[in-house]
Design a protein around this ligand. Sequence first.
Ligand SMILES: [Zn+2]
Length: 233
Amino acid sequence: MNWFGRRSSRGEEKFEAWIKRLHEQHVASGLAEPVGPHPSEDFLRDLAKRSPAISLSDARIDHAATCPNCMSRIMALRSETRERKRKLGYALVAITCVVLAAALFGWFHFRQNRQQTMALVNSVSRTVDLWNAGTNRGGQPRQLKSVELPAAVVRLTVILPRFSPSGQYLIAVTRKEDGTGVVAEGLAPTVAAGRQEKVSVALDLRNATAGAYFLSTTHEQDQAAYYYPLQIR
Ligand SMILES: [Zn+2]
């Protein structure tokens, strides 16, 4: 029988039953008094832990099983050990959770980075020239010939209409002319090129189905959005 086996509630019960049996045998043999001196605290600790270092035939076990002082000390040490193991168990679970979370985060981050890198590698550059488009606030959008983008990651450069102020612009592709149904958007400052102001953003249009959309430009201070018809192929 493996009294010093792995910790289990069955093992605990067996250990207690075994100590009790030893005690009963001792009482039955007529020797009510414990034999020999009290073993050392270290020995009692080992016994409480059911250390494999202790031989079952050790005479000190007989003493401990019949000595109320040693028995109560063993029981106290055993509950201490159990408590420590319980705390250690919680700590291990907590550490495992943290490590798992970190690994997941790392993996996710790596995957996302890779996806972004791949997306940029596979991106296409397009320029939309709105220089002569004028601005159209509400009303019928003016037909533009060349505003057509592929369903891909597009590095889009917009040449803003004549007289457009410089500053930060939000460039968006939307389903509706009222600005709802945003498919992709990007924020960037203008870059002056001669008399023209240009804004460059990356737009992920990979999930856009082919059809009619709107390209909008919104100046950060003005807040008025200008919409231009757009086709995604
Ligand atoms: Zn004792």
